[in-house]
Write a protein of this length. Structure first.
Length: 434
């Protein structure tokens, strides 16, 4: 009997989802390891689409199982449940051809060693096809403590934040100005049949109407463009170092913001630090693809331990893209909701404060430090910066333009989905000259 096409991607998706949902693994890490076994870009895209779709609404699929089964699946059947969720995702909202999706998912159950439960998978998916999956509570998988904090921080925006965080994000490209211009690259995209548009608020960016595999992007392998959300692209705009400045990127990996600074100014003298040496290898790889070998020094170190890496020469500009809760990018990293705990905020806040205090000492008088996070929580953003200003006599906040988001004290906050951007916070801090 000829095997049903598309079985392997369903098997891989089920295993990835099981690892994330039931074993606390990282979606990014699991996908990076799993996708290497797939040669067809369409299969890789299918696995990613299934996994992201499920993780954006697992409570809805869980509610369907409870309604349709007389008793819940035991814990040992976590992989099977993940496969059923993958089947649900293919039917709603991905809307793949039902016959092919059902056949391949049922065959995947057999490949996973669950031949005796293939009939159950078939029955559940056919019922979903026939009746539709109940709407349920779309945001029930959000931890209660986090929803309460978002409601307290953004009482008028809570529903919009949750809805935007469950939606598929747009695909933004950052254009390498050393090679081309956004307008010229937009024409190349159109010639390749890829619909896209420019945005006046994102000078180096292009927004695609529909996400595509990077292999389809003209000139991607040669470094003409990189995938980077608009909010992250605005970091270089907010820091705005002078030409040829000595700049520190204190938490560099995966290196998109460092690359952007190098693309904007060939004369910039840049030191980039990350505490994880393995993550720095990815930074090197990205810089190599973009042709940005020169002009940057990479160090594996704890940025807050300045005695371990700093030569004592002050920096003209410092970028602190601080470790945070990642609550502004749930739509891109939906497993954040699986892993984040309320107790994490205290540890993250302490790390942010330690980095701010340490890195301020490396900044030259008259220099600028940009504090940025992909969080929407005030405790990590507005409150963190206000506390720093209160204890740091030579620090003063500078107002950023409206295109960086809504005004929140000393900084600007972009909420998820606003303008098609990710959630992000920026505060530009100047060190008074003596």
């Amino acid at each position: 009997m000829k095997p049903t096409p598309g079985v392997q991607p369903r098997v891989i998706a089920a295993r990835v989802l099981d690892a994330v949902l039931h074993h606390g693994r990282s979606l990014k890490a699991e996908l990076a390891q799993a996708l290497g076994s797939l040669n067809d870009p369409r299969d890789r895209a299918l696995v990613e689409a299934i996994c992201f779709t499920v993780l954006r609404q697992p409570a809805r699929y869980e509610a369907a199982l409870r309604a349709w089964m007389s008793k819940p699946l035991p814990r040992r059947d976590g992989e099977l449940k993940a496969l059923v969720f993958a089947g649900f995702a293919q039917l709603d909202p991905l809307a793949l051809p039902a016959h092919a999706a059902l056949a391949a998912t049922v065959d995947a159950a057999r490949v996973l060693g669950r031949t005796h439960q293939a009939g159950l998978v078939n029955a559940l998916l056919r019922r979903a096809q026939r009746e539709g999956i109940p709407a349920g509570e779309a945001h029930a998988h959000w931890p209660r403590w986090l929803r309460e904090r978002i409601a307290a921080d953004w009482p008028q925006d809570e529903a919009a934040i949750l809805d935007a965080s469950a939606a598929e994000p747009p695909m933004w490209l950052r254009i390498n100005r050393r090679q081309t211009t956004p307008a010229h690259y937009l024409a190349r995209l159109h010639d390749a049949g890829i619909a896209a548009q420019l945005d006046a608020d994102v000078p180096d960016g292009v927004r695609l109407d529909t996400p595509v595999a990077v292999a389809m992007l003209p000139g991607f392998a040669e470094g003409a463009a990189s995938v980077q959300d608009a909010s992250a692209q605005l970091v270089a705009e907010a820091l705005a170092p002078a030409p040829g400045a000595r700049v520190l990127d204190a938490c560099v990996a995966p290196g998109g913001k460092t690359a952007h600074l190098l693309e904007r100014d060939a004369a910039v003298r840049l030191t980039a630090i990350d505490i994880d040496a393995k993550r720095l290898e990815r930074v090197r790889s990205n810089l190599s693809r973009l042709g940005l070998h020169a002009g940057v020094k990479l160090d594996a170190a704890d940025a807050a331990d300045t005695t371990a890496w700093w030569d004592g020469t002050p920096f003209d500009a410092v970028l602190l893209d601080a470790p945070c809760s990642a609550t502004g990018i749930v739509r891109r990293q939906p497993d954040v909701l699986q892993h984040r705990r309320a107790s994490d905020l205290q540890a993250l806040s302490a790390t942010q404060s330690r980095l701010l205090d340490a890195l301020w000492t490396t900044l030259a008088p008259g220099g600028v430090l940009l504090y940025a996070t992909c969080s929407i929580l005030r405790v990590e953003n507005e409150a963190q910066v206000e506390a720093f200003l209160a204890r740091t006599s030579d620090a003063v906040a500078e107002t950023l333009p409206d295109r960086f988001g809504r005004s929140t004290g000393a900084g600007r906050q972009r909420l998820p989905g606003e303008g098609g951007f990710d959630g992000f916070y920026y505060a530009r801090l100047r060190k008074r000259a003596h």
